[in-house]
Ligand binder design. Structure first.
Ligand code: ADP
Length: 618
């Protein structure tokens, strides 16, 4: 019989398969099992209208048979089978599969993880086999055919005998090399773990004769091996069950096992959606951030299944960055197995699922905040950073969506408060939502500016994280109220500078040079003599954060040195202006540096500061 040639596209895909990196090779089993599953599905649909087909677990199954002596691995199904024409058409040419088109476009792109992630179909057999023999008998036909190929040079099809309908695929494994041990795929343990990993939820049993040990009769410590037929897959996925059928313990075990956590999740979100887009999802909120969560290595994403087959381990597009800590999976029959990452990104179904999942996570968190505040607070303590980053991610695209989940420490409350709670207790005449920045709650509470606003009876939000003020800047307003930093010099009611103080401020400004934009008097400080504030877009806190970032561009807030004109110190300054300008200069430096220290900012020249201070003490 003349050799038939593969169509040119298929040839190229074959080359790709044969040369793929080793870690991808194991997915051949998933692909062949998935084809067997489809073939069984097709027969199952026939059985709905054909009473001659008896549906039972014995008739509908997939079998894996490793043969170490022959170095073959056989995958058999009792599905619909293929006739001669189908063998030629289906296996002689590869459908224009998504992954193939993608790979062609990106041929130069370095190691696109396309084979590992997506369905690549029957051809993946050639990643591990030097020869493949497919024997198939179409359901309802008397004839059987054999398709034989050793890879790129083509294939033959010839008639053969086969008892039952279905397909048998024999892989003649490649010889082992230094780096690639194909004989692994003859190992029962390895095969079992591959089925568990990729095909656990295939709904037909995947069977394998398994070697077991038992105690030899009449002995106490002698063992003998025996063979037992074993079903490798668990078939019904947890997420396909009704919520009411699953115990908390089952959820917890599933989570810990599948997502490698030692702790139980704080929340399980199990949903089943039917409609324009149908899917089931099972999501978990971890109790603590994964160990690598704050590193570059961390990859967010949910597992993506279609019809019980895992097609992607971490589908990033299903989760926004700010919910990147969520673990879990999505199963949707609406997605095709042969789909590339690029197509996936544009897939409308996937987008629709992602958007619903995002809303679901939020509403669950909101409910938790409302019904179990303590649990929410401890969750929030662990995950507030990504949530706050989420506010200004994407130029604030989701800020209104996320703001309800944000809490801040407060000057009047023991526990962190939401913005809504703050606004609800605002005083009638209060115009702004006040906040103050600093390293810790305790340090902020001691800031002179905080004392001033607190004395007015206003609550102040404490920002202790570098992201806080940026997040607030993006929000702009909440419930129509603007945010105001207690260190913002403009937040004060306009105070006219008294005529008699003008010379003093001018002298002090002169002494400080470019360090400050302005020196002015204030009445808002109660017990403190000075404070530092800022005017303009960049606040003192933002200066600290931006300058801590690894880049060369340093920014500087426009600093304002504010002097408490009701403080006894102020009178001494005025006296000095007329009596001892040199001393006033030193005083100015010391006061300015004190203000910097209170803000938690570095002072430029600590030695000069120390000298000036000592001079003044004498
Ligand atoms: P895909 O499964 O994505 O269509 P494949 O290359 O894996 O691509 O398979 C091509 C076609 O060959 C399948 O669509 C199916 O019609 C047929 N086929 C493959 N394996 C089997 C099988 N075990 N039983 C019946 N038909 C099969």
């Amino acid at each position: 019989m003349a050799k038939r040639m593969f169509k040119s596209e298929s040839k190229r895909l074959l080359d790709l398969m044969i040369n793929s990196i080793y870690t991808h090779k194991e997915i051949f089993l998933r692909e062949l099992i998935s084809n067997a599953n489809d073939a069984l599905d097709k027969l199952y649909y026939l059985s709905l209208t054909d009473e001659n087909i008896v549906f039972d677990r014995e008739n509908f199954s997939i079998r894996i048979t490793p043969d170490k002596d022959a170095r073959t691995l056989t995958i058999t199904d009792t599905g619909i089978g293929m006739d001669e024409e189908e063998l030629d058409k289906n296996l002689g040419v590869i459908a224009k599969s998504g992954s193939f088109a993608f790979k062609q476009e990106h041929e130069k792109a370095e190691d696109v993880d396309i084979i590992g992630q997506f369905g690549v179909g029957f051809y993946s057999a050639f990643m591990v086999a030097e020869k493949v023999v497919v024997t198939s008998k179409k359901f309802g036909s008397e004839e059987a055919f054999q398709w034989i190929s050793s890879g790129a040079d083509g294939y033959e099809i010839k008639p053969t005998a086969k008892e039952n309908a279905g397909t048998e695929i024999v892989l003649y494994l490649k010889a082992d090399t230094e780096d690639e041990k194909y004989s692994e795929f003859l190992d029962e343990y390895k095969l079992r773990s591959l089925v568990k990993k990729y095909s656990d939820y295939i709904k037909y049993p995947i069977k394998m004769m398994t070697t077991r040990q038992k105690l030899k009769e009449g002995t106490e410590n002698e063992y003998e091996s025996y063979q037992e037929d074993d079903t490798l897959n668990s078939m019904v996925p947890l997420w396909r069950k009704n919520k009411s059928e699953v115990t908390e313990e089952e959820y917890n075990n599933f989570y810990r096992e599948k997502f490698f956590d030692f702790e139980n999740p704080v929340k399980v979100i199990h949903t089943s959606v039917d409609g324009a887009v149908s899917y089931k999802s099972l999501l978990f909120l971890p109790a603590r951030p994964p160990f690598d969560y704050y590193t570059k290595e961390y990859k967010k994403g949910l597992q993506l299944y279609t019809n019980g087959v895992l097609i992607m381990d971490k589908c990033e597009d299903l989760l926004p960055d700010y919910f990147g800590f969520v673990k879990g999976l999505v199963d949707s029959a609406d997605l095709s197995l042969n789909i590339s990452r690029e197509m996936l990104q544009h897939d409308r179904q996937l987008k629709a699922i992602a958007s619903r999942i995002k809303k679901k996570i939020k509403s669950e968190l909101e409910a938790m905040m409302k019904n179990d505040r303590e649990a929410y607070e401890s969750f929030y303590e662990n995950f507030k950073r990504p949530l706050k980053f989420g506010l200004y991610d994407n130029y604030g695209a989701d800020k209104d969506f996320l703001v309800d989940l944000i809490l801040f420490d407060s000057s009047t409350e023991e526990k962190p408060v939401s913005l809504q709670e703050y606004v609800d207790r605002m005083k009638e005449e209060q115009k702004y939502i006040y906040y103050a920045c600093g390293e810790t709650k305790e340090k902020i509470a001691k800031l002179p500016q905080v004392e001033a606003v607190s004395e007015e009876g206003y609550e102040i939000l404490y920002f202790t994280e570098d992201v806080d003020e940026f997040a607030i800047k993006i929000l702009g307003k909440f419930a129509d109220k603007e945010f105001k930093s207690v260190s913002d010099s403009a937040s004060e009611q306009k105070e006219e500078t008294r005529e008699e103080d003008k010379d003093l401020f001018a002298f002090m400004k002169e002494a400080l040079g470019d360090e400050v934009a302005e020196v002015k008097g204030t009445t808002r400080l109660k017990s403190h003599p000075v404070c530092l504030s800022s005017t303009g877009e960049i606040s003192l806190e933002m200066e600290k954060v931006l300058n801590a970032m690894p880049n060369d561009q340093k920014v500087k807030a426009q600093r304002v040195l504010e002097l408490n004109i009701n403080h006894p110190m102020f009178a001494s300054l005025q006296t000095m202006l007329t009596e001892d300008k040199e001393k006033l200069k030193k005083y100015t430096n010391v006061l300015y540096n004190c203000a910097l220290l209170m803000e938690g900012m570095p002072i430029e020249d600590p030695v000069a500061f120390s000298n000036d201070t000592c001079d003044l003490i004498y």
